[in-house]
Write a protein of this length. Sequence first.
Length: 89
Amino acid sequence: GGAVSSTFRSCRHFAAKSGRLQLTLGAGCIPKAGSGEDAFFASWSLSAFGLADGVGGWVDRGVDAGKFSRALLRHVHERMRSRSAALQR
């Protein structure tokens, strides 16, 4: 599970245990009007999360920081999922 989001309005909590380590995560995002440069994913099945803090100032250089943040984390999440699936075969 897990998804990349920049308009996530509720809160999700994840907890995963492996041996002596435990990951507990709560995530929520309230976007500002007219923006949305940040993105995150949280994955229970991968015991992982990612956060990309987009840089709104990049717009001056023709870069959409929101698209970049979301694409980056989408790629990371997909690679983690495919790597995890390959390791379980």
